[in-house]
Design a protein around this ligand. Sequence first.
Ligand code: TXA
Ligand code: MG
Length: 325
Amino acid sequence: MIRAADAAGLAEAVRLLKAGSVVGMPTETVYGLAADAFNPKACARVFEVKARPSFDPLIVHLASAEWLPRVAAEIPAAALDLAAAFWPGPLTLVLPRRPEVPGIVTAGLDTVAVRVPAHPVALTLLALADTPLAAPSANRFGALSPTRAQHVVLGLGALLPLVLDGGPCRVGVESTIVDLSGPSPTLLRPGGLPREDIEKVLGLALIRGPGALERPNAPGQLASHYAPSTPLRLLQRPPAADTGDPNRGLLAFQGAPERHHYGHVEILSVRGDLREAAARLFECLHRLDGLRLETIDAESVPSTGLGVAINDRLSRAAGGHATMA
Ligand code: TXA
Ligand code: MG
């Protein structure tokens, strides 16, 4: 059930978290399915609700970088630099974990993924609960990520006692994940913070993480993920005006809808702004997916800044198979 994030809604969410339940929580990236990170049973419920394979670790949300010592055993200088530059914000850091962090949160790894979300409701909830919250995106495993409270209820409905309504997510794609637990900072998942911004602060280039098939330690790395139920094809270039079909939907990057003969067209950003496109990505996919079309064609976007994360999500929504059309 959707609750306004007023004092009463927040108090109810805290009560549920303390009782070992899971709640839907808005963040600036996507909605999360939150549980007390130090309560292994509550975290197990997260896997159950998401129907998520248990090899897959959860991101732990903190109220501020001052909470890092609660979960991280070592805090390298690079982590402090990145935290100072980008938290609260769409950046997740993988650090050596403290032994107190339950194994179910880290899937038995000796590292923990942490971030401070830039959403007032999430930050208030964290402060009131006074415990780190483990929260993956609030969708069934492999399905589209939710960027509105209504998406969470559509996907998980009765399995969830409460979703706090924080409005539409401002960033709209998941956080960028950087692993700082090894010898060189490694990009595990492109996301809401462009790689270039991180490299500028670190003063070095990030190593690209291992590919999906070699070592899927971030499921965002699986080839098929973030998928709508309607089959999706990724187009390498905008379709010619007459290639449309009424049973097809089009996810266009920019421009006016009239130029296409599709059953339905969603435009990520009329003026071609990648930030706006990222914020609307899952929203537009949810809308297209609700129309019972035969297929969805999606245009890829310029591969710079947030465009890298958008193309990554689109190619995974297409099952890893970009179709030239
Ligand atoms: O923006 C976000 O990151 C959203 C919001 C809710 O914060 N959360 C999110 O969580 O996208 P999730 O569970 O859908 O993706 C978390 C990713 C997974 O791919 C997981 O494998 C990876 O983080 N991860 C978590 N702990 C890790 C670790 N110790 N080492 C490597 N990857 C880790
Ligand atoms: Mg997810």
